[in-house]
Design a protein around this ligand. Structure first.
Ligand SMILES: [Zn+2]
Length: 129
């Protein structure tokens, strides 16, 4: 009698595992469908590419290339991609729509470390001075 109860318990456990496996398969399918839907919605939200905020302005990333810069105010308020117009100085831009000015890292690139005698940079010499 105990052997039959044991066999029945094992069969019940196998059915439970099979049901869990089936449910897990459905969850995987739903996950894949939801990921595809999220991708569709992200592409609909930013059809031109992935929006990135860097250097105080927006850029669009597509196929590994960056385009822009775009006005942060115009996008944040109106969800419009307004290309910034380059100013007279490198790294300065302006929005023709609402007149804001922007400065990117192009204007103030990090100063290069210039090696001097003994392998010490000017920056290090000034710091140690
Ligand atoms: Zn603007």
């Amino acid at each position: 009698m105990r052997i039959l109860q044991g066999i029945s318990s094992v069969i019940s456990s196998i059915k439970t595992v099979a049901d869990l496996h089936s449910q897990l398969s459905r969850v995987h399918e739903q996950n894949a469908e939801l990921r595809a839907r999220v991708g569709q919605l992200e592409r609909a939200l930013h059809p031109e590419g992935e929006l990135q905020f860097a250097e105080g302005v927006y850029w669009l990333l597509r196929d590994g290339k960056r385009s822009g810069p775009y006005c942060t105010y115009c996008y944040d308020v109106d969800r419009r991609y307004v290309h910034l117009t380059a100013g007279a100085t490198k790294g300065t831009y302006g929005c023709a729509l609402h007149g804001a000015n922007f400065t990117t890292a192009e204007q103030n690139p990090p100063s290069p470390a210039i090696a001097v005698s003994g392998g010490r940079s000017i920056r290090r010499l000034l710091r140690d001075w």
